[in-house]
Design a protein around this ligand. Structure first.
Ligand SMILES: [Zn+2]
Length: 256
């Protein structure tokens, strides 16, 4: 049994989850058994900096990792000068694995190997589906080795929502994540499910993170919203903002 499982869902929004709980049985079960709330993003509403904040416990001002590309250079793990939760816990002898954390591209793995189709940059729905299924399988195989802490992030929903917000197929993708959650959640005592940001129609977003048209002329329909989701089970530490997820993991793993 894994002590703590952290499932990140890039772009997951209460606006889709709450009205569809009857079709998302594992989200619903976790919400019933645990606690849930919104985390409101106060820094820039971008995935690379927010996942860095979540897993370093530092603000953007402190970790300075503002985007995938900075000054024309694709950022790598070593460009970020702060330790992440897995670095610190590994040093203390805790068995920790992290799979596909999207603060860099391709997403970062710690003590496991996985390369997404198209280096994690594909927005093709078939490729995203294959990739999501493969990440779920990989996550299950890692959980069967019983690491003390396991962290996995699913990124496909962000891309799907940018291009298909408002379409019926979006709920199908939440159901896919729900199914994955159902497969993973039984393997851990404590669970944290968190998103970096929520989603809304592109015109309603305070900041447009991407141009209206993609490079190949596809129109963007959704964009990032500052209301992110948090669901916890058997986690006592009070999480008020994104960087508290780091503190909560430390606390629940018995390290202060
Ligand atoms: Zn996005």
């Amino acid at each position: 049994m894994t002590k703590l499982l952290v499932v990140g869902v890039d772009g997951a929004a209460w606006g889709v989850i709450r009205p569809n709980l009857d079709r998302l049985p594992y989200f619903a079960k976790l919400m019933r058994e645990g606690k849930h709330k919104s985390l409101i993003v106060k820094e820039q509403v971008l995935s690379p900096s927010l996942w860095a904040t979540i897993f370093s416990g530092k603000t953007l001002e402190e970790h300075k990792h503002s985007n995938f590309v900075i000054d024309g250079k694709l950022q790598a793990r070593d460009d970020i000068k702060v330790p992440f939760i897995w670095d610190l816990l590994e040093e203390r002898g805790i068995d920790v694995k992290a799979l596909q954390i999207p603060f860099i591209m391709p997403p970062y793995n710690f003590k496991c190997e996985y390369m997404p189709i198209g280096y994690g940059a594909s927005k093709n729905l078939n490729e995203l589906e294959q990739d999501t299924d493969a990440i779920t399988e990989k996550a299950l195989s890692i959980l069967k080795q019983n690491p003390e802490l396991f962290i996995v992030v699913f990124s496909a929903l962000d891309k799907v929502q940018h291009f298909h917000w408002g379409e019926g197929l979006v709920l199908g993708w939440y159901k896919k994540i729900d199914t994955a959650l159902g497969m993973l959640m039984g393997h851990a005592d404590k669970i944290i499910v968190v998103s970096d940001h929520g989603f809304c129609a592109r015109g309603e977003a305070k900041v447009q993170t991407l141009p209206e048209m993609s490079a190949d002329g596809e129109k963007l329909k959704g964009d990032h919203h500052e209301e992110a989701i948090l669901i916890t089970k058997n986690v006592n530490y009070e999480i008020r903002e994104h960087k508290d997820v780091f503190n909560a993991i430390m606390h629940e793993m018995g390290e202060k």
